[in-house]
Every structure is written in C-alpha cells, then in structure tokens.
Design a protein around this ligand. Structure first.
Ligand SMILES: Cc1cc2nc3c(=O)[nH]c(=O)nc-3n(C[C@H](O)[C@H](O)[C@H](O)COP(=O)(O)OP(=O)(O)OC[C@H]3O[C@@H](n4cnc5c(N)ncnc54)[C@H](O)[C@@H]3O)c2cc1C
Length: 382
C-alpha cells in the first residue's frame, strides 16, 4: 500500500489549499477527489467569489481574512497570475440594520477604514442601485473579487509543483486507523496510508461525517446571471461587489463582468438538501425570486437571464465555520460548515489545516470555530 505524510480528501477550495500548504512544507501529499476538476456539484464552482474585510458576521474573522489577503497575494506571485482585484465592497440595508452595525463594529475593533453613505450619497456613487430613503450604505475599499476557478487551479498546480500527487474521480469510501496509528483510506482506486488526513468534503460532510453529529446541512443556492438593461451602471470600473439586507431577504452580487453578466444570488434561504438530493435545475420560481429583487433595488440590472446554475452551501446553526480535529483521530483534521462565506478564507484555512496535522495545533485564532461550541445548550435551528 502506498504511504504518504498527509492525505487530503476533497479538493474544492479548502482541500486544494490544504494540499498546497502541506506540500509547500516539504511533506508527501496525496490529494483525492471523487469528482473531476471544476465539477459543479459542490460549493467552489463558478468564475467569481467576493472578498471583504469588515466582517459583519463576526469581527473574529478579521485577522483570518487579513492573513488570507496576504496569502492570496502570495499565491498570485507563486502562480504568476492575477487572482484578486479590489474594486471595493458595499453593504446596503435600512439604517441601523444589524448588517450595517456588524460592519461598523468590525471596522472599529480592527481600525479599518469605511465610508458610511446616506441613500443620496449611495445614489450618486452607485447609479445602478435604488435605495429607499431611510436606507444607508457602507463602502469598504479593500473588498473585491477573486477569480475562483483560477484560484482553485493555482492551488492544485502549485500543490503539484511541490510534489503532491493529485487524483480526481477517486472517491473515498471509508477511513480507519491501523495498528501503527496511521490513517488508512479506502477508495475506488484501492487503499492508501498516511500519518495524517485532512477532510474537506464540502456539503458531502453532512453524510460522510455523520458519526461526529455535527449540526450541518446542505443548502441549495440558485445563482442568476443577468444581461443588464444599462451595462454602464454595473461596470466593474465603478461598481463593487454588494451585499443587501432587505425586508424580503439577503442578496449578494457582482458587477457586470464580461462573459458573466450581473451575477446575483439569495444568501439567507434555500432548500435543505444533500449533494445527492439537490434539485440541479434552476426553476422559473428561482428566477422570479431574484428578479423581484432586481426590479425593486437594481432596476437596470435585468434585461434577460444570461445563464444560471446551482451551488450548495454547507450551513451551521450559527453560520460560522467548523475547523477541528476529529475527536477519535487526533491525526485527522476537518473543515466544514462554511455557510456560504468560506471561499475568501481558503488560503488561511489551508494553512490552519496544515498546521493542525503537521504541528499538532495552529497559531491562528480559531477557538471560535471549534465543534465543541455546539454543546446541547448552544444548538439553535439553522
Ligand atoms: C453560490 C455560492 C456563492 C458563494 N459566494 C461566496 C463568496 O462570494 N465569497 C466567499 O467567501 N464564499 C462564497 N461562497 C462559499 C464558498 O464558495 C464555500 O465556502 C467554499 O467553496 C467551500 O469549499 P469546500 O472545499 O469546503 O467545498 P467543495 O467545493 O464542495 O469541495 C468538496 C470536495 O470534496 C469532494 N468529495 C466529497 N466527498 C468525497 C469523497 N468521499 N471522496 C473524495 N472526494 C470527495 C467533492 O467532490 C468536492 O470536490 C459561495 C458558495 C456558493 C455555493
């Protein structure tokens, strides 16, 4: 049986990063994925992902996000490609909405610069938006866009360049500890052994990690790309990525990138599903849901639907990630429950997972992401 220092199971954003960070440290790495490169069944597909630093979800993410910015820039140098552009990010909501309070809190605690904008100021700065009168916006200059497919490819290419062996279409069926305390992984292509393993299974974790009783569930997210009525109003040169908290729901989107159109999704709800049960076709109702948002708040964004697809979130009850050691296997680390906002953190998550399996612990502040927070009393519905 072939033996490695680390086996990484699942090569989406998180696993490809973990494979890269482990291989970069000079250890032998096997990366396995059940599907083919750039498949569209999980969470990491699609051309773009937003990155933003004034983290309203919790200021505890800010240091992790800042490390990710450094690592994305380093990845660009290492792969020789542009992956991250910072056109800013804008948050929009009724005045005093928790979203805006969360942004201001993260900015205050970490000394980050933001522009607080009235609805009039928003209208003159972002002509593609229509804000009701008593609404407000916050702009952060450091927000921006990651070229997600290129990021994934860069992580895999560099893992390879550092000696990692990468196998796609190779599904892991089970793993166990042997007498030598090593991890033995049984796959559709035979068994492999390693000192340690990293499990980055995206929404497949809901079934595959059942024995850990994690309160995670898959969420189906339709993503609609519109051809705008007035492209100039959504030009990436003047428009940022945006996050809207409206009475109808929470929506996130992108400027009008060439070939992509104006891409918008609803963030706060979606059918509960697994990768096996998710409805993969985008329905008229899915399109109507997002069109109702554009009609009201982005009235020049929707001439027609250019393309649409389905992605899956892996939700936790508090919308925070889970990064931990497997309780039964200290040499196994896992990361899941990214709740629809993990991509930007992929580099630092890879670094953390490499620390956990190669050094036993990480210097990064991740205590708030441990699974133990879901003691019985802490559980709330997702
Ligand atoms: C529509 C959408 C928009 C998003 N927008 C943003 C955004 O703007 N900004 C942001 O920061 N985040 C965003 N996110 C969240 C982010 O994309 C995810 O948090 C991230 O991609 C999760 O990556 P992952 O590696 O955990 O999961 P995945 O990408 O799903 O990867 C898991 C991998 O594990 C493999 N696998 C599963 N089971 C096995 C097995 N038994 N054997 C071998 N391989 C296996 C799968 O084939 C898959 O490739 C978005 C997510 C979605 C769906």
């Amino acid at each position: 049986m072939k033996s490695y220092d680390v086996i990484v199971i699942g090569l989406g954003a998180m696993g490809s990063s973990a494979a890269y960070h482990c291989a970069k440290r000079g250890v032998s790495v096997l990366g396995l994925d059940a599907n083919h490169p750039h498949h569209t069944l999980g969470s990491s597909h699609g051309a773009t992902r937003a990155i933003r630093e004034t983290y309203f979800e919790s200021p505890e993410y800010v240091p992790l996000c800042q490390r990710s910015y450094e690592l994305w820039r380093q990845l660009e140098v290492d792969c020789g490609k542009s992956l991250l552009s910072t056109q800013g990010a804008v948050y929009v909501a009724p005045e005093n909405h928790p979203l805006l309070k969360g942004v201001r809190l993260a900015a205050d605690l970490h000394g980050l610069s933001i522009d607080c904008l009235s609805s009039d100021e928003m209208a003159s700065r972002f002509s593609g938006f229509a804000l009701p009168e008593d609404w407000a916006g916050i702009y952060e200059a450091n927000g921006g866009v990651l070229q997600a497919e290129k990021c994934l490819q860069a992580q895999i290419d560099l893992a390879n360049a550092h000696g990692a062996e990468i196998r796609y279409d190779c599904a892991v069926k089970s793993w166990r500890k042997n007498d030598a305390e090593n991890v033995v992984v049984a796959t559709t292509a035979g068994e492999f052994e390693a000192n340690s393993a990293i499990l980055t299974l995206g929404p497949w974790a809901c079934n595959a990690l059942q024995e850990l009783k994690l309160p995670i569930s898959g969420r189906r997210i339709p993503i609609i790309h519109f051809e705008p009525i007035d492209p100039a109003r959504y030009d990436p040169a003047t428009m940022s990525v945006y996050f809207w908290a409206t009475p109808e729901g929470v929506y996130a989107g992108f400027p009008d990138f060439r070939d992509e159109g104006v891409k918008i999704m609803r963030h706060d709800v979606g059918d509960t599903c697994t990768p096996e049960t998710a409805r993969r076709n985008v329905s008229e109702a899915d399109i109507r849901e997002i069109s109702n948002f554009t009609d009201k708040y982005m009235p020049y964004a929707n001439r027609r639907v250019r393309k649409s697809l389905i992605g899956l979130y892996t939700m936790t009850p508090d919308n925070h990630f889970i990064i931990d050691h497997h309780p039964g296997f200290r040499s196994v680390a896992y990361a899941t429950g990214f709740s629809g906002h993990g991509f930007k953190f992929a580099p630092v998550v890879g670094e953390i997972l490499a620390d956990m399996v190669l050094d036993g612990s990480t210097r990064h502040p991740t205590a708030f992401l441990k699974a133990s927070r879901f003691s019985k009393s802490a559980l709330r519905p997702a």
